[in-house]
Design a protein around this ligand. Structure first.
Ligand code: ACO
Length: 434
């Protein structure tokens, strides 16, 4: 990648007879951009950029990534510091409100969320009538959309009090919904949240405890969950976040927008990758642990084989989240007394990939998904729950990005252009003559 331009002059574009100045849009960190907003009006020409490889869809002051250096910051704070010193709800407050909360602000925020964790009985029934075999992401998307039916007073996207209520309700209900989805698939009775138990501890108990059981969940489990949720909390304009913004740009309510984000996240190239990583590692184990043959298949692109959990559109260096997860994988497994052959295989795969020209030349490094599945598995989650856990973590980021988009006076309904390449014009042919 070439270095960003060291100038604050507008870019100048000559297109046929038209000369256009493209004003610069300055960044506070990382590369600045040039605006092509007037290009169509001035030249009749649009830009073409499949996959938005070179397009900034907005300005944002939420998350900064330097993919070449492996840097991730929320509101300016390095992810390493937040993962070590903060909690998921504190990070959610930071992302959504822009600043770290004071103690009274945090206490009030947490208390309000705590009060709303309960799900109405009718809502539980709706979750209970879905087939047990449903994919958890299909259930999660439907459940979030269902919130719009239960809380119509929080739906108006232009009313700040309604948006604040929807924000709290989403954060509060998410752990309850995700735990229900897990228990429903396993055929276990659904448990209720307990006031004052703590956000993550409540979630873990609702997920793993037997009905009526007093459980003493290990701190290592609760802390690991908290950290993983922080690491997933935002990642600027990725596929699901862009989806949330795009749907929201039509002034759809927050629930519909987030539900659309869940749908985007379910894809195996995005949030579904953590599930695919474990499937891949299990496949390697079941094929006699022949890592080298598997790597050859990947490099030869046999049957479209990919090294799941490797590569990233933005990181062309080690994903800083992957580095944190890798460090905590050992710690968590040791604290829980779990050994996992898949962790050894993952290390072996990474070791080979980091030395191999194919991966080095393409700058393919482990992404956040490479080691998260192993921790989730050690905590007791089946792999089908990994992507819902990702969505749980990403929720504050989606909310923050949606709110930023709604508050931005330059926001317009998202509506890309196209270059039409079909038949120019032809006459209708009656069916008997075709
Ligand atoms: N394994 C093998 N080869 C790969 C991989 C991989 N995981 N990722 C990219 N490549 C190769 C491509 O085949 C391509 O090779 P070529 O130059 O010979 O054609 C080259 O590297 C560039 O890859 P692109 O697909 O152009 O990179 P892009 O930025 O479009 O894709 C993506 C990024 C989708 C993440 C890709 O790396 C991938 O599919 N990875 C595996 C899935 C995964 O782990 N997804 C999680 C992403 S992180 C997240 O969503 C939280």
């Amino acid at each position: 990648m070439s270095a960003p331009l060291e100038t604050n002059q507008p870019a100048h574009l000559s297109l046929g007879n038209a000369d256009v100045d493209l004003p610069r849009v300055e960044a506070t960190a990382g590369g600045s951009g040039v605006s092509i907003a007037n290009l169509l009006a001035k030249t009749g020409t649009v830009t073409v950029d499949p996959g938005f490889m070179n397009t900034a869809a907005c300005t944002s002051d939420i998350t900064f990534i330097d993919g070449a250096k492996g840097i991730l910051r929320y509101r300016g704070y390095p992810i390493e510091q937040l993962a070590e010193h903060s909690s998921f709800l504190e990070v959610a407050y930071l992302l959504i409100h822009g600043e770290l909360p004071t103690l009274p602000e945090l206490e009030q925020f947490v208390e309000r969320i705590d009060r709303h964790m309960y799900l109405p009985e009718d809502f539980r029934e709706i979750l209970s009538i879905q087939p047990r075999s449903s994919h958890p992401m299909a259930m999660l998307g439907a459940a979030i959309q269902t919130m719009a039916c239960f809380y119509p007073e929080s739906m108006d996207p232009l009313n700040p009090a309604a948006v604040e209520l929807a924000t709290v309700l989403l954060l509060a209900k998410m752990p309850t919904i995700v735990s229900y989805i897990h228990r429903r698939a396993a055929g276990h009775a659904l448990l209720y949240p307990m006031r004052g138990e703590g956000y993550i501890r409540n979630f873990a108990r609702m997920t793993f405890a037997d009905p009526g059981e007093v459980v003493d969940l290990p701190d290592a489990l609760v802390d690991a969950l908290d950290t993983l949720l922080i690491l997933h909390a935002d990642h600027e304009q990725n596929c699901s976040t862009s989806t949330v913004r795009l749907v929201g740009s039509a002034q759809a309510n927050l629930y519909s927008s987030i539900s659309a984000g869940v749908a985007a996240l379910s894809g195996p190239l995005h949030g579904g990758a953590n599930e695919a990583v474990l499937e891949m590692l299990a496949l390697i184990r079941d094929s006699g642990r022949d890592v080298k043959t598997f790597m050859t298949r990947v490099k030869d692109k046999q049957d479209g084989a990919k090294l799941m959990g490797f590569g990233h559109r933005v990181y062309k260096n080690y994903d800083p989240r992957a580095a944190i997860v890798k460090r905590s994988a050992d710690k968590v497994l040791a604290a829980l007394g779990v050994t996992d052959e898949l962790l050894d295989i993952a290390r072996e795969v990474e070791g080979i990939a980091l030395q191999d020209d194919y991966f080095v030349q393409r700058k393919l490094y482990p992404n956040v998904d490479f080691y998260t599945g192993i921790i989730y598995r050690a905590l007791g989650f089946p792999s089908s729950m990994f992507t819902p856990l990702f969505a749980f973590g990403r929720l504050p980021g989606w909310i923050a990005q949606w709110r930023e988009m709604m508050a931005d006076p330059t926001t317009k309904i998202g509506r890309p252009r196209q270059i039409y390449v079909g038949h120019a014009l032809r006459d209708f042919v009656p069916i008997t003559d075709r």
